[in-house]
Design a protein around this ligand. Structure first.
Ligand code: AMP
Length: 112
């Protein structure tokens, strides 16, 4: 499948990994929008939040257990934002489910 994040998950395209286990990978965004900008992805291909089904529940739960571990390891004790863009109105550009972790400075109050 011609999916950038599938290739990153498979190690075919390099990334700056910050966390990896058998189900998920976290790596630094190539165009960071905050001092800390990390993407967390499932290794299996799920196109977006809109494609999440009950069979993904354990995987999604696992992602949200690991996110605070990553945030702690990154020193984001002052807070951080978790974002997932879904579909064209949200300007999703990579069609493989990913959660942005943004932090390291006070973020804009406006969400959209
Ligand atoms: P989104 O716009 O929500 O789909 O986010 C896609 C994100 O992937 C953007 O923040 C990009 O900067 C990031 N990105 C694209 N290519 C790479 C890459 N090769 N390595 C790391 N991050 C990437």
């Amino acid at each position: 499948m011609d999916c950038l994040f599938c290739k990153i998950a498979a190690g075919e395209i390099p990334s700056t990994k910050v966390y990896e286990d058998d189900r998920i990978l976290a790596f630094r965004d190539i165009a960071p929008q905050a001092p800390t900008h990390i993407l967390v992805i499932p290794k299996t291909h799920i196109p977006s939040v809109a494609a999440i089904t009950p069979e993904h529940s354990a995987l999604i739960g696992h992602i949200f257990e690991v996110i605070p571990q990553i945030a702690q390891a990154e020193g984001l004790e002052n807070g951080y934002r978790v974002v997932s863009n879904c579909g064209p109105d949200a300007r999703q550009t990579v069609h493989h489910l990913h959660f942005h972790i943004l932090g390291g400075r006070p973020l804009e109050a406006q969400m959209a």
